[in-house]
Design a protein around this ligand. Structure first.
Ligand code: TTP
Ligand code: MG
Length: 240
């Protein structure tokens, strides 16, 4: 079982099926249980591709990813996806109520658990303003929600499972700074390992360490101060 939430990448490379080109190139790093790691890098750097290898949406073409000291293949997909809260870059809601969308995959979720997850994801107030509140239908045949609102429902869906590893793929891009800060404060109380892709240096600086990717490669990993000292590309991003 995944109880600690450590993640290790060992010489991991990855190319999409039917493609020759590696989009993740020989990557090594370790994330300790409870650590918060931000991943930054320009568009197309391979951040999303790297993330997809952890809940096994794809498998590496070379190397090994381990969680809690065991290779991912030692876990069932149910176990992996039950312990890893993965919020994709473009989350999908299905046609159903807000409640259904948050509780998805957790059949016995109570109203309290659903509302707590929504509050922590900073979407509760918005839900309360909808015509039917938590029973409002969303998804293709439901009310229109903004990208940022969908992201937060998707974050609530991840939080309700109390994941050991929480992965946010640019999930706070649409949030104003104050709301994002409240969201990250709430996530701190979950005591999970967090991997967060972000374009914002202020968000990255809230993490324990920052991983900088460029053209599929890990260019640097360390604290903000360490990267300022060691990486010219990082300095360029900070200055821009
Ligand atoms: P991404 O991994 O999507 O790069 P990114 O997440 O760093 O970029 P962004 O900030 O814009 O979200 O892409 C890396 C390469 O992989 C890119 O050439 C596109 C390709 N790719 C696929 O071929 N199929 C996919 O499903 C994805 C996600 C990416
Ligand atoms: Mg991406």
């Amino acid at each position: 079982h995944i109880t600690k939430g450590s993640v290790v990448f060992d010489n991991v490379s990855f190319a999409y099926p039917e493609s020759e080109e590696d989009v993740v190139k020989d990557i090594n790093f370790q994330v300790a249980p409870g650590e918060k790691l931000a991943v930054i890098g320009s568009t197309g750097a391979g951040k999303t591709s790297l993330f997809q290898l952890i809940p096994r949406l794809y498998d590496p073409t070379k190397g090994k990813v381990s969680v809690d000291g065991s290779p991912l293949s030692d876990y069932s997909l149910d176990e992996l996806r039950g312990s890893i809260g993965y919020v994709p870059q473009s989350p999908l809601l299905f046609t159903g109520s807000v409640t259904d969308n948050i509780a998805w995959g957790k059949d016995q979720a109570t109203t309290e658990e659903i509302m707590q997850a929504a509050k922590d994801a900073q979407i509760h107030d918005t839900i309360m303003q909808l015509d039917d509140q938590y029973e409002t239908r969303v998804g293709q045949k439901g009310v229109n929600l903004s990208g940022g609102q969908k992201q937060r429902i998707s974050i609530a869906r991840a939080l309700i499972r109390k994941p050991k590893i929480l992965m946010l793929d640019d999930s706070t891009s649409a949030l104003d700074l104050a709301t994002e800060s409240r969201l990250l404060d709430a996530i701190d109380t979950y005591q999970c390992t967090m991997l967060i892709i972000t374009q914002k240096i202020t968000t990255a600086m809230r993490a324990d360490r920052i991983l900088l990717m460029d053209e599929g490669k890990l260019l640097a990993i360390g604290t903000h101060t360490e990267l300022l000292a060691s990486s010219a590309l990082y300095r360029k991003i900070v200055e821009s």
